[in-house]
Design a protein around this ligand. Structure first.
Ligand code: PGA
Ligand code: ZN
Length: 425
């Protein structure tokens, strides 16, 4: 069965910015839609988003990306078999011809690649997760859910980007959602009591009106307790430091506390947090250019804590293997649009799994109603899923899809739970 039509259109993401949607239809009428998400705190080695850069929409329009799909990508893919994901992705990479996908755009490529994937699943009359699982037993992922959003997602109100919780005591995906809902509510109530409630950040987390980065951690622990859970037992803390946003060349500048320090001193601060708070996962603790710092940090706490590489690993299998050789991180954040194609995303995930690294499939701060990543996390048996907070429908659509998958008659074979958290190294 071959691809009969491939069309691209501009739609709008959760920040009201233009993004690329591709729709692929097979000869039998089955079809699939892929949508490019967009990050705000991007790694420098990510696939490049093609944006017009002219006067419209702050330079963020995607007309060039759409033209590339219509004029170059569509003609190359018509008549191809949607089930040949690897072959189609190889064509996309060759067509683009640049190492960072800057000519046709990572946004054009990832939307196309995901549309082809969806079309192949539809052609096989399978929900996407089952199509990806290929008969292997897979489990629903353990969610990381943001409670406060900071960094680039909240006007840099605090330096740290994501203050999240993981319902380590949950026995099902649905129960993890229930526990998270209680903590999110409790955190909002605490903010209100303290006169600090002022809306939500880009991913739906409470806007962090705090004087110090530690205040967010204290409030998070208080919220877990107020919700009736034992911190660290039933609900634990996960952080995305997103340190590449404020760390360069081995210097880290915390704007909120007006402090600048070197890599060691910043790592020391994080290690104090790890000792004081029930933290089970830290993402990008040091900047993407601070490999020695990441190795040292992993050596210090990797045996008891999940250390996640996002900006540093950029969903790239080669970088994952190199990190493993050096001993940096023990878990990989998997973002399809960092890689640019489904095949490269899967290669990074499989490399991580083979090396004993944990994997977390992740959304971006700019999202849509698209729920594909829930299927990727489940069907690829990633173990963990990160999609932002517990508010705003572009986030809730994904959590709700997880509940649907769990409760349908043909459900995955269970819930990954706390055992999905990486440790070791
Ligand atoms: P981004 O951030 O989507 O804004 O780049 C998400 C993350 O750092 O995990
Ligand atoms: Zn991150």
């Amino acid at each position: 069965m071959t691809i009969h039509s491939l069309t691209a259109r501009r739609i709008w993401d959760s920040r009201g910015r233009p993004t690329v949607e591709v729709e692929v239809t097979n000869e039998d009428g089955s079809s699939g839609i892929g949508i490019a998400p967009a990050g705000a705190s991007r790694g420098t080695r990510e696939a490049v988003e093609l944006r017009d850069g002219d006067a419209r929409f702050g330079g963020l329009d995607v007309q060039q990306a759409l033209r590339g799909i219509e004029r170059e990508i569509a003609p190359a893919l018509l008549g191809r078999d949607a089930a040949d994901q690897a072959g189609i992705d190889a064509t996309l990479i060759a067509l683009d011809g640049t190492p960072n996908k800057s000519r046709l755009g990572g946004n054009a490529l990832v939307a196309t690649s995901l549309a082809v994937l969806h079309a192949a699943a539809a052609q096989a009359h399978q929900p996407l997760w089952r199509h990806l699982a290929q008969g292997r037993p897979v489990r629903l992922p353990l969610p990381q859910v943001q409670i406060f959003g900071g960094g680039a997602h909240a006007g840099r109100r605090v330096d740290i980007q994501d203050f999240m919780v993981i319902a380590t005591g949950a026995r099902s995906f649905a129960e993890a959602m229930e526990m998270t809902a209680e903590v999110y509510r409790a955190a909002g109530a605490l903010m209100q009591e303290r006169g600090a409630l002022s809306g939500v950040a880009d991913e739906g987390g409470w806007w962090p009106n705090f004087a110090r980065n530690e205040d967010a951690l204290d409030t998070l622990v208080a919220a877990i307790e107020k919700a009736g859970y034992v911190p660290g037992e039933q609900v634990a803390i996960a952080l995305d430091i997103a340190a590449s946003e404020f760390g360069h060349g081995g210097r880290y500048r915390l704007a909120l506390e007006n402090q600048e320090m070197d890599s060691n001193a910043f790592a020391e601060r994080l290690l104090r947090w790890v000792d004081r708070y029930p933290i089970v996962s830290i993402e990008d603790p040091l900047a993407e250019d601070d490999e020695a710092g990441l190795v040292a940090f992993t050596r210090a706490v990797g045996h008891r804590l999940q250390v996640v590489g996002d900006d540093y690993l950029v969903t790239n299998a080669t970088r994952v293997r190199e990190a493993a050789r050096l001993g940096a991180c023990n878990c990989v954040l998997i973002k399809p649009n960092q890689a640019g194609t489904v095949t490269e995303t899967l290669a990074a995930l499989r490399a991580a799994q083979e090396l004993g690294y944990g994997t977390i499939v992740s959304a971006r701060s700019g999202e849509t109603e698209d729920v594909a990543i829930v299927h990727l996390a489940t069907g690829w048996n990633a173990g963990q899923l990160k999609v932002g907070s517990f508010a705003r429908s572009e986030r809730m659509a994904k959590w709700n899809e997880g509940i649907r998958l769990e409760t349908r008659p043909e459900a995955p074979s269970g819930f990954a739970g706390r055992t999905a958290l990486a440790r070791g190294r």
